[in-house]
Design a protein around this ligand. Sequence first.
Ligand SMILES: [Mg+2]
Length: 233
Amino acid sequence: MPWTAPAPRAVFLDVGGPIYDDENFVAAVLRALDELRTEAGDSPTDRRRMRRIYDEARQRQGGSLRSALAEEFLGSADRRQELHDRTRSHWTHPPGTMYGDVLPFLERLSGQVTIGVVANQERTVIDCLERDGVAPYVSVWGISAVVGLEKPSRELFEWALAEAGTSPEEAVHIGNRLDTDVRPAQALGLSTVWVLRGEAPPQPTAEQLAEPDLAVPDLSTLADQLLIPSVVP
Ligand SMILES: [Mg+2]
C-alpha cells in the first residue's frame, strides 16, 4: 500500500506502540490487578488468561479492555475505574523500552515537518521522552494528562492541529490502534499511518488493513515514504 497523500507539514505520533513498547502498559495493568486481588485475599492474576483477554482486545480494536479485565479478574466491570486509577500509578516507560527506529525516524523528519505527540499518557511520559532524546524533536505536546483531553475525542486532535498551525489535510497521525488513532484522525481529515506493533492486532484482517492510508510494521522506512510520496498518475 504506497503512500499517496501529499508530503505532510505536521506529523503526530501516538506514544505507546510507535515510540515505546506497549508491554510497559501490560506490566502496569498486571501489577494493578495483582495488588487489587491481593487486597481482596485472592491469588495473583492468571497471566495466560490475562494475555488471552488482552490479545482478544487487540484483535477487535475496540471495546473496553479495562472493563473486560475488571470483570474477569476483579469480579465486576464496575471496577474498571479503580483498575484504571491503580494502573496509572504504576505506568511508566523504563530505560531501554523505546524502539530503536524512533530517533532515526525523527532525525529524518527534523526541520522538514512540525513534529508532535498525541497520546493518552501520564504527565511522567515527558520525563521519559526527555531522557531518551525524543523531546528536542517535539514541538506539539498533546499528552492527555497535560492537555486534559483524551483520544479518541476529536478535541485532542483539533488542539494539536491548532498548536501546529496546520489544517487536517496537511497533517498525518501515526498510531497503533484503529479505535483511538486511525479512525478519529481520519474522521477529522488527517492522513493516517497504522503501526503494527503493541496493541495492534496479532493478525490484522484485510478489512482492518484497508482503514488507514498506510500500514507499516515499524518506522524504519516511513520517513522516506512520507517525505517522498509516490506520484499518483
Ligand atoms: Mg498506542
